[in-house]
Design a protein around this ligand. Structure first.
Ligand code: ARG
Length: 261
């Protein structure tokens, strides 16, 4: 995770970002801290990367890399405003002693667009990550990659439209995907939880699950009820300040998967 010390909305690279709307790094820090403490309370080992001045979106650590089987593919950002974040992640992983660390060749926004699901990687494209990055990820990790195309700019990263819940279970917002991708999802995940637009619009799908507890924006009340029906424990988090930049729970969190499996 990355503390939102320099959080701000000074440019607009997604429809949620309106630089004329006031933001508060103080409020963002408080909300982020509660999310951080929630992870610690659930028993997770949380590592921090130092925020860099002038990179207000760096709080969205999910975009920094993809980490599977201890291998690290560092992002290559689409927009100039975020390009320099990659260097900070390369540094962090090298210094932390990860042996296989490389920066992606094609535009690749890390776990924003690549979600690990039971041995395979679900990959998003349409707004940010290049389709060629999907092949690069397949080769680098030696894992099957399922390409999915996003079609609505409000859900510009895969992790804004879909969340992995556990063994073969996902939740997603169908209208965010192309008809072909919707068909792929329906076939692979026939029992998926389908989110309503109201829940997707408060970034309810930008959630993190440990297979039992699902941390999601607390405004996503419909989705929380659907999760409870399936036996999950929804845990609400308040990240309204980060939503002004187009991010929430999952965006703030990069998962470090050291082990195969
Ligand atoms: N303002 C950031 C951007 O547009 C938000 C990134 C959100 N991160 C995510 N994993 N969806 O790039």
């Amino acid at each position: 995770m990355c503390r939102p010390t320099h959080f701000d909305v000074t440019y607009s690279i997604n429809p949620w970002m309106d630089p004329s709307r006031p933001t508060s790094a103080q409020v963002a820090l408080g909300q982020w801290k509660r999310l951080h403490d929630m992870f610690v309370g659930l028993g997770h080992d949380v590592r921090l990367i130092e925020p860099v001045p002038g990179l207000p979106d760096m709080v969205f650590a999910a975009n920094g890399a993809i980490v599977v089987d201890g291998k690290v593919l560092v992002a290559r950002f689409r927009h100039a405003q975020r390009v320099d974040e990659a260097e900070a992640y390369l540094d962090w992983f090298r210094r932390d002693g990860w042996s296989e660390v490389r920066q992606a060749e094609y535009v690749n926004e890390g776990e924003g667009d690549f979600l690990y699901a039971d041995g395979q990687i679900l990959a998003g494209t349409g707004f940010r990550s290049d389709l060629r990055a999907h092949d690069e990820v397949r080769e680098f990790f030696g894992r099957p990659v399922v390409s999915l195309t996003l079609v609505d700019p409000r859900w510009y990263h895969l992790d804004t439209a879909l969340a992995v819940l556990g063994e073969g279970e996902v939740m997603y917002y169908p209208a965010a995907f192309s008809p072909q991708s919707r068909a792929i999802l329906a076939e692979r995940f026939p029992d998926a939880i389908l989110a309503a637009e109201a829940d997707a619009a408060v970034f309810g799908l930008n959630a993190l699950s440990d297979g039992r507890n699902v941390i999601l924006p607390r405004q996503a009340v419909g989705l929380a009820a659907q999760l409870r029906e399936r036996g999950y424990t929804p845990v609400g988090a308040d990240l309204t300040e980060m939503l002004k930049a187009g991010g929430s729970v999952k965006c703030c969190t990069l998962e470090l998967r050291a082990q195969a499996g």
